[in-house]
Design a protein around this ligand. Structure first.
Ligand SMILES: NC(=O)c1ccc[n+]([C@@H]2O[C@H](COP(=O)([O-])OP(=O)(O)OC[C@H]3O[C@@H](n4cnc5c(N)ncnc54)[C@H](O)[C@@H]3O)[C@@H](O)[C@H]2O)c1
Length: 358
């Protein structure tokens, strides 16, 4: 990790939402010499207290408004569930705080765009946690495409495969609110599309260096429980998605994501082909690998693994940007743009997979 300026006062961080992902944020800030976690907020007081004990955090609140009144922090990590992002991020922007918000930025394009516009007008540093950008193979692939090594991008295939509905790798989804809210639209979930589809869509557009122009999508929700509900959770959010996408650079391809991909714990793959070569990026069992077929290798269909440098880290980028007061990326605009693809994919699925222009 390449750290920024250690001679300036550390950034005082507040972590909002102290569930499972908040631990990743805490670990990253604790490892950073220019960040100090000053406070945490969770509606659940016990959860917040345990989190603060675990990570040595001095101040705790059960209400964001109280923390804002207290005002002892510079920047916030918003790690609440998707449905809470909009209202909480809006309050943080109004308070002039720099924000790293978990993906997806909101639960609709309208709300995501409102946050992006408010963040821009207020001048706060804003970032969305598209965490796979930290994978060196992803950075390597994006750089390779940007140099023109593949020529004109023509075709791609991408998938994000998880299996937490068929194996208890992350605990039992039937009994855990952490997983149940992800299965229920009334709890703000956009299903697999919003949960991990956003990551694989970012994989495609970031590496290809081109935004989605149109999408045709099919979403499917599978029966998982009696009467499709468990307690308060109506299990109506999509579990699998399959889409055809055209990018602004003219390339077309397929993108899929599922929580029913038995045998795949958390695997991402992108293959992208241009008129001068192809590349494959995979992330499996926590390891990213980049392979290319370029130049003379095209004749023999030889694929070669490419070493990629480590060094890029979203948390470091955020902390450094807050210290230096410079913009950081991926920003809320990127989040809003991805949200427009999610919304278009949903509209397409409701209309018999009709192509929707983004
Ligand atoms: N970038 C990634 O790779 C990645 C990975 C996992 C999760 N996420 C995202 O992180 C976010 C959190 O996911 P999680 O798995 O930690 O969820 P979680 O359910 O484990 O934790 C969320 C916590 O937020 C609290 N909370 C809810 N509303 C709140 C509010 N208004 N104010 C304060 N606290 C509130 C809940 O009590 C809970 O403790 C989600 O948006 C999810 O999509 C991102």
């Amino acid at each position: 990790m390449a750290f920024g300026n250690t001679s300036i006062a550390p950034v005082r961080i507040l972590i909002l939402g102290t569930g499972s992902m908040a631990n990743e944020h805490a670990k990253a800030y604790k490892a950073h010499p220019n960040a100090q976690i000053f406070a945490a907020v969770d509606l659940d007081a016990d959860k917040c207290a345990n989190f603060c004990d675990k990570h040595d955090i001095p101040h705790q609140f059960t209400d964001l408004a109280e923390a804002i009144d207290w005002d002892g922090f510079d920047a916030a990590s918003n790690v609440t569930p998707d449905a809470a992002h909009f209202a909480t991020t809006k309050s943080l922007i109004a308070a002039g705080k720099d924000i790293l918000c978990e993906k997806p930025l909101a639960t609709s394009q309208v709300e995501a765009q409102e946050l992006a516009s408010l963040a821009k007008t207020s001048g706060i540093i804003n970032m969305i946690n598209l965490s796979y950008r930290n994978v060196p193979a992803v950075q390597g692939a994006a750089q390779l495409v940007a140099t023109g090594a593949l020529g004109n991008c023509r075709h791609f295939e991408a998938s994000y495969l998880q299996s937490w509905l068929t194996q208890p790798a992350w605990g039992d989804w039937r009994t855990s609110p952490v997983w149940l809210w992800r299965l229920s639209t009334s709890h703000g979930s956009k299903g697999v599309l919003g949960d991990v589809g956003i990551h694989i869509l970012d994989f495609v557009s970031y590496i290809a260096g081109s935004q989605a122009a149109d999408v045709s999508c099919q979403l499917k929700t599978f029966a998982k429980a009696q009467d499709d509900r468990i307690g308060d959770y109506v299990l109506d959010a999509n579990d699998s998605c399959a889409m055809t996408l055209t990018l602004e650079n003219g390339a077309m391809g397929v993108v899929s994501a599922s929580r029913f991909a038995s045998g795949h714990h958390n695997d991402l793959k992108l293959r992208i082909y241009g008129d001068r070569g192809g590349l494959e990026v995979s992330f499996q069992q926590g390891q990213g690998v980049l392979k290319t077929c370029l130049g003379a290798d095209l004749q023999t269909e030889t694929w070669t693994e490419v070493a990629c440098e480590t060094g890029y880290d979203l948390f470091d980028h955020f902390v450094t940007s807050v210290q230096m007061k410079v913009p950081c990326f991926p920003d809320f605009e990127t989040g809003a743009r991805l949200q427009s693809v999610l919304d278009a994919a949903e509209r397409s699925s409701l209309d018999n997979s009709k192509k929707v222009v983004i």
